[in-house]
Design a protein around this ligand. Structure first.
Ligand code: RIB
Length: 318
């Protein structure tokens, strides 16, 4: 694979408006909880978060998504452009509303999300095939759009030799993962790994078992498990390793996985070194959870450099 200082990364995925409500704890059924923890309405969606992270981390970010026929669409377009994202392949559906996510964040930063896909449902293969004309160095796919669109876009990328990086969330047990492969990287988080394999990746042995089970579902060059406060597990079919987590004070875990995948893609294409890319992404995820919100909490390249220098980490920067 050719490395590139500023790789072009196409993200084909979701765009949402996030209504984030912060609360001390999730109320139980029938309970009304008065929370003074605040709320926000911001851009979100796994795709938009990843596309912004690619741009902040130094990649050339192209985003292909579908917005609705509402005021949010114009506002989001403006924000994407301001954020340095190439929004030429984002279109609006005349009948649907822009996707919405209800994000509930508890005191310890753990979130629970419900999404209303809206226009994300209408992103079609015609849209994504057109976007592939930007000649990307890699394609990021997530699972927050329609199954057929994901599968057909992956097919196009394979035929044109574009490496595919799959962020496996949100996971659905019924998704035919084998129709995506072979891919360059397949990266689920802990819960997604469990949904796909029935194995909870809690220690080295169970992580390896889960990766072997994943390798029967989808052919990938690298399987990278995002384990949050347990770090990152890496498996290439022969060799496996765990990358230790960084101790940080988590306030909101939303979009940490999106930032992780974007960082992994950018640094892998920049350096050609998957282990370095995992370490880089591990830092990106750690920084993201220390900030509130989704789209705006993803770090930039200098944040990662600073974090590494302050903690005297062995990852070096030019
Ligand atoms: O990964 C976080 C994202 O998931 C949120 O921004 C929300 O929109 C949902 O898509």
């Amino acid at each position: 694979m050719l490395t590139k200082k500023r790789p072009v990364i196409l993200t084909v995925s979701s765009a949402n408006i996030d209504l984030t409500a912060n609360m001390p704890y999730i109320p139980s059924a029938g309970q009304t909880l008065k929370s003074n923890y605040g709320y926000s309405i911001t851009p979100g969606g796994k795709g938009a978060n990843a596309a912004f992270a690619v741009s902040r981390l130094g990649g050339e970010s192209v985003f292909c998504a579908k917005l609705g026929n509402d005021d949010y669409a114009d506002k989001l377009m403006e924000m994407y452009r301001k954020a340095g994202i190439n929004a030429d392949y984002i279109t609006e559906d005349p009948e649907e509303r822009t996707g919405l996510a209800l994000v509930m964040v508890e005191r310890d930063g753990v979130n629970r999300i419900v999404t209303y896909p809206g226009a994300n449902r209408r992103l079609s293969y015609d849209d994504t095939a057109y976007a592939m004309e930007c000649c990307p160095d890699a394609l990021i796919l997530q699972m927050e759009i329609e199954e057929d669109t994901i599968i057909d876009t992956a097919g196009y990328a394979r035929r044109t030799d574009v490496p595919i990086i799959v962020d496996a969330g949100p996971a659905s047990k019924d998704f035919p993962l084998n129709s995506l492969g072979p891919v360059e990287i397949f990266s689920p988080n802990e819960e997604e790994t469990y949904i796909y394999t029935g194995i909870r990746p809690t220690g080295k042995d169970s992580c390896l078992k889960a990766c072997m089970a994943l390798s029967k579902l989808i052919k990938a060059k690298y399987y990278i498990l995002k384990l949050g406060e347990r770090g990152v597990f890496f498996y290439d079919g022969l060799y496996h390793d765990i990358i230790t987590p960084h101790k940080v004070k988590a306030v909101d875990t939303t979009s940490a996985g999106d930032a992780f995948t974007a960082a992994l893609a950018v640094e892998y294409l920049r350096s050609g070194d998957i282990k370095r890319a995992c370490e880089y992404a591990n830092i990106a995820g750690a920084i993201t959870v220390t900030r509130t919100g989704s789209f705006n909490s993803v770090p930039c390249h200098d944040d990662i450099r600073e974090f590494a220098e302050q903690r005297d980490l062995k990852i070096k920067f030019d």
